[in-house]
Design a protein around this ligand. Structure first.
Ligand code: ADP
Length: 586
């Protein structure tokens, strides 16, 4: 398990460190120079002052050495500035690349894969997990590497002065290292739990943010606050738990090192008596140990961080290594007229339940095919399958005779213009919302799309016209305006196939008529799939497919279905009745 985690961290580092190698190397070079100045040069001057200056009363030499020490300090500060800049650059570049790849991967996943991860977990992986990696890298590039250089150079220096004292210090460092590793491994076991709780916390928080209005309307604030507080308390407890193994890390490490100092005092005193070391050497060794102890204080931080990064890296790599479950073909040709054939299409979101069973029908090129059925009958699922968002369980969908399984998904979607049931507006201008940020759509096409979707009324009411800024989530537009904007976007895109997935449902009867006539003129030679629950939307389509519980129960025109399809008759009866009742009331 531990080796596996180390392996994953190394894999992550290997994959993304390549571009940062020059900055990391410059960083290490200047760190090395800094340590050399601080330990060798400055302390050497100190020894000169003690041995040759103080002992011989040579004031000139003392002043000269002091000036040298001051200059070395300035150099060391300059080195620190370089290492700070280089390490920040390398780490920011590393994390930026990881995040970009994660986002790219998320875009390539099928909705099924997304469901498996959960959107809140994806957010934690991109933000919180990469942040753990960032913290470790900063620590490695600066304090940890510095500590490493200091420890190595100090050990060499102490051994050079007195092998006996060197052995004492080495034993103390080894004991501290074993203790730290042991504590670090324990953090590893508990940190995975924390990240799962953070995922959950994100999920709850998002749910509350999106549902604020509903929560307020039903006066559920207290209940929701309690739920959040419970999740927060669990996370709090988990954090306390995860930090327990490292609570005594710094104090115990310091105790070990201070015992080493006492041992050095005792052994040093004996060696001094026997003239095995000089007084200045002993002072130097105490100075080294002081450096040592300062350097070692970063190690507990590292011991705490490394296990967390083990967990975070495996979560990041799990995402990056995911192979999208959707079949992705490579063909980027074949769609010409846009004739669609659904051939025995069978599909279920989970293995057990089938949402669509043996759906077979054709949507002729250049004609409007409507799909009608009650909520939950599988209309949206069928449209998602057409766009290659899910993998078919059985059967096939062919466009102009070519299976969509063989097509490159980007090519497939380029050839379908889609107006979804769930409105999606972007925080940008009306123009950007209509063109979906594409600059290849002509002004004339935008104008015609606005007319066809009855969205010109929305644009004309705004003083800035197409440059009007849509607020976040379209808060400065009404539901109907957003719907028309979404329709205008679908009209504006040039494609052989147009899918309107219940996209006319929020329109009043008059606007709906305008949009339908807009479809007839602007999309006259295109294949249109018109999904709806309302007979008034579909009755004049060239062909109507009736779906019931994931099965096709009728295909024909409005007139023929009224004679032959009992499900269609039932929908018609209920809708006529409610319309009559409505007009009577008025
Ligand atoms: P319609 O568009 O006709 O209202 P849908 O295609 O949205 O119907 O839904 C058909 C069935 O599939 C419903 O029972 C719905 O609960 C289920 N369903 C839809 N989306 C998902 C999903 N992402 N995961 C699991 N089940 C789903």
């Amino acid at each position: 398990m531990i080796l596996e985690r180390v392996n994953i961290v190394l894999r992550l580092f290997k994959r993304y460190i390549k571009k940062q190698v020059p900055a990391v190397l410059v960083n290490f070079l200047f760190l090395g120079i800094q340590v050399y100045i601080q330990t060798f040069l400055i302390l050497r001057e100190m020894k000169t002052i003690l041995d040759q200056g103080v002992a011989a009363g040579n004031m000139d030499l003392i002043v000269k050495s002091c000036v040298k020490m001051a200059s070395f300090t300035v150099l060391a500060i300059l080195c620190t500035a370089v290492t700070s800049y280089m390490s920040a650059r390398a780490v920011a570049g590393f994390v930026e690349e990881v995040r970009e790849d994660c986002i790219r991967k998320i875009f390539s996943l099928s909705p099924q894969d997304m469901l498996r991860f959960g959107s809140s977990s994806l957010v934690t992986r991109i933000m919180s997990d990469t942040r753990q990696v960032q913290l470790l890298l900063i620590n490695l590039c600066r304090s940890s590497m510095m500590a490493f250089f200091v420890v190595i150079s100090m050990l060499i220096l102490i051994f050079m002065i007195s092998p006996g004292l060197g052995t004492v210090v080495l034993a103390a460092v080894s004991a501290a290292a074993v203790f730290m590793t042991n504590r670090g491994l324990r953090v590893q076991q508990t940190f995975g739990h924390i990240e799962k709780l953070t995922d959950r916390m994100n999920l709850l928080f998002r749910e509350k943010l999106v549902g604020t209005r509903t929560i307020r309307a039903f006066r559920n604030e207290t209940l929701e606050e309690e739920k959040m507080a419970a999740a927060n308390a669990e996370l709090f407890k988990a954090y306390i738990e995860v930090n327990k193994p490292t609570n005594f890390l710094t104090p115990i490490t310091l105790v070990i090192m201070n015992w080493a100092v006492i041992a050095v005092y005792l052994i040093g005193a004996v060696q001094l008596q026997h003239s095995l070391v000089s007084m200045s050497d002993l002072l130097l060794i105490f100075n080294y140990i002081a450096y040592f102890i300062t350097a070692l204080t970063v190690v507990p931080v590292l011991a705490n961080l490394f296990p967390k990064v083990g967990v975070a890296s495996s979560r990041i790599m799990e995402l990056l290594d995911t192979v999208p479950t959707r079949e992705t073909g490579t063909e980027a040709a074949g769609i010409t007229e846009g004739g669609i054939e659904f051939r025995d299409v069978t599909f279920g979101y989970s293995g057990t339940e089938q949402v669509l069973s043996q759906i077979s029908f054709c949507a002729e090129a250049g004609k409007t095919t409507a799909i009608i059925g009650a909520t939950g009958s599988g209309k949206t699922t069928l449209m998602n399958l057409l766009q290659g968002l899910y993998q078919l369980t059985n059967g096939d969908i062919l466009i102009d005779g070519v299976s969509i399984r063989r097509m490159d998904p980007a090519y497939l979607r380029r050839n379908i213009s889609y107006a979804p049931q769930k409105l999606q507006v972007f925080q940008d201008t009306l123009r950007a919302n209509i063109t979906a940020f594409s600059d290849s759509i002509s002004e004339d096409r935008i104008r015609r799309a606005l007319q066809a979707s009855n969205c010109d009324e929305v644009v004309n009411r705004k003083p800035q016209k197409l440059d009007f800024q849509v607020a976040q989530n379209g808060l400065n537009l009404t539901g109907g305006q957003k719907q028309r904007l979404s329709l205008a976007r679908a009209f504006a895109k040039e494609a052989p196939i147009y899918v309107f997935d219940d996209a006319l449902s929020a329109l009043d009867a008059r606007t709906e008529q305008t949009v339908r006539s807009g479809m007839r003129t602007m999309l006259a030679s295109r294949t249109v799939l018109l999904v709806s629950q309302k007979i008034s939307t579909v009755h004049d389509a060239d062909r109507i497919v009736v779906l019931d519980n994931g099965r096709v129960v009728g295909i024909g025109t409005h007139e023929s279905l009224l004679k032959t399809c009992c499900e269609y008759q039932e929908i018609y009866r209920i809708q006529c009745y409610s319309e009559e009742a409505h007009s009577e009331k008025e």
